[in-house]
Design a protein around this ligand. Structure first.
Ligand code: NAI
Ligand code: 15L
Length: 268
């Protein structure tokens, strides 16, 4: 049966707030979890992913989990280690102990951030391109994908790992014209990831059907995802303001963009 009660971790965040608004339209009842309190949501669970008891109670009885909680940008390694690596491990352990069979994991394009972006007639980047994390943040997403594979192979817990491009109300950079996922398409993709049968561990790119798309959406489409949006209407204004991407600039020549070139955050 299709999942009905879904735990949404990271529910206080940007994407979590968007999905709190959109996923109930697909018939889901959401249980909310975040280390930050959520205004006007008295039933939300306010706890850290490393609070294993709170986490186990949070997953008890849900049909599936949409796992968005974590640090969403580069940060010192120790912080990434706690929230993204240990936190995601605790989530999978809680799911295993409580018998939750399906997780949708918010991976990121930064797991493959050093991959050169297609130029000209180059083919789209396939989903099985070697992982090339561009940050400790991207490394934690690469870990999350491997963890998902392990829990499928060893424990039969299914995951769809979604390498999200940029999911915001509107694209705000020329790079985002290629990797943007509209919030409505994000909800479509999460719904497909929650309901498709026999996904095992499936990795997909998460974006809209952008004219300037860089990667292959076929594994997402195979779940039943049919993107409806395209960033192209935003292109003329963004290019006029920011200029075209410069292939000689490493921040413009890779999937990960400025994550590739930003100075490291110390202390490592
Ligand atoms: P965000 O930073 O706005 O939200 C993340 C939420 O996770 C925050 O509310 C934070 O309090 C919570 N959180 C962090 N550490 C936690 C912990 N240890 N325990 C409990 N809660 C914790 O990020 P955003 O943009 O909403 O992203 C959500 C997820 O999607 C993140 O995992 C991010 O890496 C991933 N993602 C998002 C993209 C986007 O375009 N928004 C692109 C690629 C990946
Ligand atoms: C991500 O992984 C971040 O969580 C998000 O804030 C954006 O920076 C996005 O990637 C991006 O690459 O634009």
């Amino acid at each position: 049966p299709a999942p009905r009660t879904v735990l949404l971790t990271g529910a206080a965040g940007g994407l979590g707030t968007l999905m709190r608004g959109l996923l109930p339209e697909y018939g889901y009842t959401l249980r909310l979890f975040d280390v930050r309190p959520i205004e006007d949501e008295p039933d939300a669970i306010t706890a850290d992913l490393c609070d294993t008891q709170a986490l186990r109670e949070a997953v008890r009885g849900v049909d599936a989990i949409v796992h968005l909680a974590g640090i969403s940008l580069e940060a010192p390694f120790e912080k990434i280690l706690k929230s993204n690596i240990e936190g995601t491990y605790h989530l999978y352990e809680a799911a295993r102990e409580e018998g939750v069979r399906r997780i949708v994991f918010a991976s990121s394009n930064h797991a493959v951030g050093y991959t050169p972006r297609p130029q000209g007639d180059d083919p789209l980047i396939p989903i099985d391109t070697p992982r090339r994390p561009d940050t400790f943040y991207g490394l934690s997403k690469s870990f999350g994908e491997d963890l998902a594979q392990l829990y499928w192979d060893k424990h039969g817990i299914e995951t769809v790992s979604v390498r999200i491009g940029s999911c915001f109300p509107e694209p705000t950079s020329v790079r985002m014209l290629s990797i943007w996922m509209s919030p409505a398409d994000g909800a479509r993709l999460f719904h497909a990831a929650l309901t498709a049968e026999n996904v095992g561990h499936t990795v997909v790119y998460g974006s809209s059907a952008n004219t300037r798309l860089w990667w292959d959406l076929s594994t997402a489409r195979a779940l039943g995802y049919e993107p409806q949006d395209d960033s192209e209407p935003y292109a003329a204004k963004l290019i006029a303001e920011q200029g075209e991407l410069d292939p000689a600039d490493p921040a413009h020549a890779t999937l990960g963009g400025h994550f590739v070139t930003d100075p490291p955050i110390w202390p490592y």
